[in-house]
Design a protein around this ligand. Structure first.
Ligand code: AFP
Length: 344
């Protein structure tokens, strides 16, 4: 990975657009507006301790998790900003049960935006990094057939035309890919611009970090326990045991592992019978990060195969997630899928 400062995100997107002779500018416009929304969220997150915006609303979202005020704010900012852009036919948010239609007074386009407006929101009031995750698809049905179809939204992650995240941490960083490398941009607050800070990010093939909520090991099956034990077992050749790091904010855990190498796991567990496949959502969390990690040379699996090839059944579908350095994820997948014996 080489570091270079000076190129703005807008310049970078426009350069990519120029390299694609079929580009109309629609996608560039869409991404630009999303970046503006993220800047607004970043500003609010940064002043979260200064204004009376902290604390839960008392409501629960569609995932039956407590909704924090900043979640709702971020959700609203993205929807309001993106609905009039004219490039979307619909949106899907982690915070909204149904698909979000574009109001009839606004023009519509070919793209679909799926997002988690503020991931890791239970960390807001303790100043731990949180983030916005997004994946963008193109509708496949014909305009002539009228409005978009559910099948336009429920496409496997491999069909994403772009994906990425914003991390609101010690600085605000945007990491994204359109399939042409993974690039990171740091927000310079005084200038108000994202500047290229991490060009062509490559994740190490094998890492030294494992990230999992080990407090739930009681709810894991033997295969899952074997995976985690593998990373904790001493082995000179593969530099094990690995170090444990778990923030509890997917974007933060993912971003660290992307830069340093390692594996993030949210396995299936028996903690909540309503969520036997684990907590994380395929469409708004796993797929976007899977696209990022794969274009950085890593891998994402649900324990049986590539996340990006899963045919989604519903917008809020949950899956087990193993994501990060290729070799580490392949080992986890081998244990979970039964290709590697539990005592192997
Ligand atoms: P919240 O947005 O409700 O804080 O959930 C965050 C999250 O979906 C993801 O960011 C974390 O990796 C994961 O949950 C942490 O979940 P556990 O607290 O169960 O480990």
């Amino acid at each position: 990975m080489t570091k270079r400062v000076g190129i703005t995100i807008t310049e970078h997107i426009l350069t990519e657009q120029r390299e694609n002779p079929e580009a109309t500018g629609a996608f560039t416009h869409l991404l630009h507006e999303l970046i503006v929304a993220a800047k607004v969220i970043s500003r609010e997150v940064n002043k979260a301790g200064l204004v009376d915006i902290l604390g839960a609303t008392g409501d629960v979202n569609i995932q039956e998790e407590q909704v924090q005020k900043l979640d709702m704010f971020s959700n609203r900012v993205i929807i309001e900003r993106m609905q009039h852009v004219g490039q979307l036919c619909c949106m899907g948010s982690e915070e909204v049960a149904d698909l979000i239609d574009i109001p009839s007074q606004y023009p519509k386009g070919n793209y679909i935006l799926l997002f988690d407006p503020l991931d890791g929101s239970s960390n807001i009031d303790v100043n731990v990094s949180i983030g916005t995750i997004f994946g963008i698809y193109k509708r496949t049905s014909d305009w002539a057939d009228g409005d978009y179809l559910l099948s336009d939204v429920l496409q496997p992650g491999i069909k994403q035309v772009a994906a990425g995240y914003f991390i609101y941490g010690s600085s605000t960083i945007m990491v994204y890919t359109t399939g042409n490398g993974v690039h990171g941009f740091t927000l310079y607050p005084s200038v108000g611009e994202f500047l290229l800070s991490h060009k062509n990010i490559r994740i190490p093939e094998r890492g030294k970090i494992y990230s999992v909520n080990e407090g739930y090991s009681e709810y894991w099956d033997d295969k899952t326990k074997a995976v985690v034990n593998y990373f904790k077992t001493r082995d000179k050749e593969t530099s094990r045991p690995y170090s444990a790091r778990y923030v509890g904010s997917l974007v933060a855990d993912f971003h660290r592992n992307l830069l340093k190498g390692g594996i993030f796991m949210y396995p299936a567990d028996s903690k909540d019978p309503k969520k036997p496949t684990g907590k994380l959502r395929l469409m708004v969390e796993a797929n976007p990060l899977a696209m990022v990690v794969e274009h950085a040379g890593g891998y994402a699996s649900d324990g049986q195969g590539p996340v990006l090839e899963i045919e989604p059944q519903e917008l809020h579908q949950r899956i087990p997630l193993y994501i990060g350095s290729k070799k580490d994820v392949e080992i986890a997948e081998a244990f979970i899928s039964g290709k590697r014996p539990v005592d192997g």
